[in-house]
Design a protein around this ligand. Structure first.
Ligand code: FAD
Length: 390
């Protein structure tokens, strides 16, 4: 098979890139290791910046998002029993975020790819990249036990943190930056009414908690836990009891418990691989970087990478210019590092660190007091939360 761009991975990065390229007449093929059902079954992000929303509209997958997405104009930070509202809209001159699940984004993209007749090969096994420095790159894989090959101009590595693309960059050219946090998030999805119309971030002596949602009938809750805890030991009742203990009294009283329809423990990690380009290969999304979910930036960073990469590839094919492709790694990384900083900062601000000294804890308390008490500090928080410009 011959195509212009081979895209590895049918997560949000890969599908969005595929859709944007096809709308501009750039031929592409997506190779995904899993089945479509498996990809859709993964419960992940839920908060979209305006830039991501705009890009989804540009990709013509914004109709359901416009109908069903929930505009959030603020959120609360709770310290002890006190709630402090971060007025996103007021502090940023009218900007807000949209709550719409990653599963829904992925479904909309899958439907759009199918409607446009895009080629997405699911269950592509043993994907391998070759000849990245040659006249044409090759991507080999196996499907139904048969060997197959895609010959292409460029490869977009959109295959997440555990994919193969990043490993195709020689080790001596790749620099990895990483911080692993000494805790995880235990998350529960339930078909219950959210405890509040807006998200609540909780700093509590028992550990961080987050009350989030996917819709007004589907809640997503998280509590900080040990990264190596046994999920089996977390019955639904134990989860709800622990969450209630961390919430301020009014929220705890309003919390509606129900059966968990999904429960998982996610480790927290900050990670960046540089550069994001090697010869004919471009990395995008989680293949190049990971953020702890505290700032709700993972999916949004995937979207901004795809914004830069789609424009660069379209400029190459339609205007015969390569300046955007040549600048891609540097351009994307400037925004990536700002989101990394913000996600690290929010994580550090709101969690209990087991190895924190008495001094560290006092500094954390002072920072929480400053952020909740200063308009300037809240403005900086809000500016980053709604998303820095592309
Ligand atoms: C448990 C969890 C919770 C999260 N919660 C949040 C959140 O609350 N807020 C937020 O903003 N972000 C969150 N994230 C991050 C967010 O989900 C990711 O940033 C986002 O999915 C990145 O999209 P992506 O397309 O780059 O990568 P992915 O979604 O990982 O997609 C990569 C795709 O590539 C495929 N693939 C992998 N290897 C291969 C291969 N060898 N060959 C072919 N295909 C391959 C995978 O099957 C997958 O479909 C969370 C992530 C996880 C894991």
């Amino acid at each position: 098979m011959r195509t212009q761009v081979a895209i590895i991975g049918a997560g949000p990065s890969g599908l969005l890139l595929s859709q944007l390229l096809q709308l501009q007449g750039v031929d592409n093929v997506v190779l995904e290791r899993r089945t479509g059902e498996y990809v859709l079954g993964r419960i992940r992000a839920g908060v979209l910046e305006q830039g991501a929303v705009d890009l989804l509209h540009e990709a013509r997958v914004g109709a359901r998002l416009a109908r069903e997405g929930l505009a959030h104009e603020g959120f609360d930070i709770c310290v002890g029993d006190r709630r402090h509202r971060i007025d996103l809209k007021g502090l940023t001159g009218g900007k807000c975020v949209t709550v719409y699940g990653q599963t829904e984004v992925t479904k909309d993209l899958m439907d759009a790819r199918a409607a446009l007749g895009g080629t997405v090969v699911y269950e592509a096994q043993d994907v391998a990249l070759h000849d990245l420095g040659g006249k044409a790159a090759r991507v080999t894989y196996r499907r139904d036990g048969k060997a197959a090959e895609v010959v292409c101009d460029y490869v977009a590595g959109c295959d997440g943190f555990h994919g193969v693309s990043r490993g195709a960059i020689p080790k001596d050219l790749l620099r990895n930056y990483e911080r692993v946090y000494p805790f995880g998030w235990l998350g529960v999805l339930s078909d219950t009414r959210p405890v509040s119309d807006e998200l609540i971030y909780v700093h509590h002596e028992r550990g961080f908690a987050l009350c989030s949602m996917r819709s007004m009938t589907r809640s997503r809750y998280y509590i900080q836990c040990e990264f190596d805890e046994d999920l089996e030991e977390w019955t639904d009742d134990r989860f709800w009891d622990e969450l209630r203990r961390r919430l301020p009294p009014d929220a705890a009283a309003a919390l509606q418990a129900g059966p968990a329809i999904e429960k998982s423990i996610a480790p927290l990690r900050s990670f960046v691989a540089e550069p994001m380009r090697y010869q004919r290969l471009f990395l995008a999304g989680d293949a190049a970087h990971i953020v702890p979910p505290t700032g709700a930036k993972g999916l949004n960073l995937a979207a901004s990478d795809i914004y830069y990469l789609s424009r660069a590839l379209i400029a190459h094919y339609k205007e015969n210019r390569d300046d955007l492709l040549d600048a891609y790694s540097q351009t994307a990384l400037r925004r990536v590092w700002k989101a990394e900083r913000f996600s690290w900062w929010m994580t550090t601000l709101l969690h209990r660190f087991p190895d924190a000294s008495a001094f560290d804890r006092r500094v954390q308390e002072a920072e929480l007091d400053y952020v909740t008490g200063s308009v300037a500090a809240r403005t900086a928080l809000a500016e980053n939360y709604v998303g820095l410009p592309y």
